[in-house]
Write a protein that binds this ligand. Structure first.
Ligand SMILES: Nc1ncnc2c1ncn2[C@@H]1O[C@H](COP(=O)(O)OP(=O)(O)OP(=O)(O)O)[C@@H](O)[C@H]1O
Ligand SMILES: [Mg+2]
Length: 217
């Protein structure tokens, strides 16, 4: 069972990488080409049409930004390029831009000690945890902590949102409804870690994850 999960997680990461590359290289290139064409066209037309072209250029700029964001979200090579700490910071900033959430974070670890798979797991957990807060919690504040203790790393995500019935959600998960928390749980268990979710209606949710350090996927 663990081998299957491990294989599926690897396959999913590979697939995401491929989609990210295609999005960035194919769609990104085409959008940039359209933008250049419109800029050239703009010089040849009168003022009124120029404004209309500008509106379209703005739309294309938004699409280019979206494509970049989507492919960065999909592709953990961001972790290779920037390192885990910067990748997490980048992600938190993105979430801040897109929501009205106040996010405080404490990152205290030495990613040099982590394997690539280990770093990806940590990034994915944070991604899912924060995405859930944005999508479901109606929170105003989030605290994210990623802290290295003796032989383990602890990830803590706490929001002050509306909370949820954890037991009920996990029953639904077994019926195949939501996959985010299940994905986190599987990744954590593969690394022999523990996950604890506490949630109180109208008060908020706390997720605490501890993963022993030396393991690779
Ligand atoms: N921080 C949170 N605050 C409130 N409710 C939450 C929070 N996190 C999860 N939930 C609830 O738990 C459910 C399951 O979350 P899960 O991440 O597994 O699935 P999902 O986000 O609905 O879908 P996806 O598969 O895209 O992640 C959510 O639908 C939501 O009702
Ligand atoms: Mg989710």
């Amino acid at each position: 069972m663990k081998n299957l999960s491990r294989y599926l997680i690897k396959a999913q990461e590979e697939e995401r990488k491929k989609i990210a590359r295609e999005l960035h290289d194919e769609i990104g290139q085409i959008l940039t080409a359209i933008k250049i064409n419109l800029e050239l066209l703009k010089r040849k037309v009168d003022k009124e049409l120029q404004n209309q072209i500008d509106e379209n250029i703005n739309l294309i700029n938004r699409a280019i930004d979206e494509v970049r964001d989507i492919s960065l979200n999909l592709r953990p090579s961001l972790i290779d390029d920037l390192g885990l700490t910067s990748a997490i910071k980048w992600y938190v900033e993105k979430i801040k831009e897109k929501s009205n959430l106040e996010i405080n974070y404490i990152l205290e670890f030495d990613p040099k000690e982590f394997s690539k798979d280990f770093s990806i797991t940590i990034f994915r957990i944070i991604q899912e945890g924060l995405t859930n807060v944005v999508r479901h919690a109606e929170a105003t504040e989030v605290l994210l902590k990623v802290i290295q203790k003796d032989n383990e790393i602890e990830i803590f995500i706490k929001d002050d949102g509306k909370g949820f019935d954890v037991e009920q959600v996990f029953k639904d998960i077994n019926k195949g409804r939501a996959l985010g928390l299940l994905g986190i749980k599987e990744r954590v268990e593969l690394l022999n870690g523990r996950i604890e979710i506490k949630s109180e209606i109208q008060k908020g949710t706390e997720i605490r994850i501890n993963i022993p350090l030396e393991r690779d996927i």
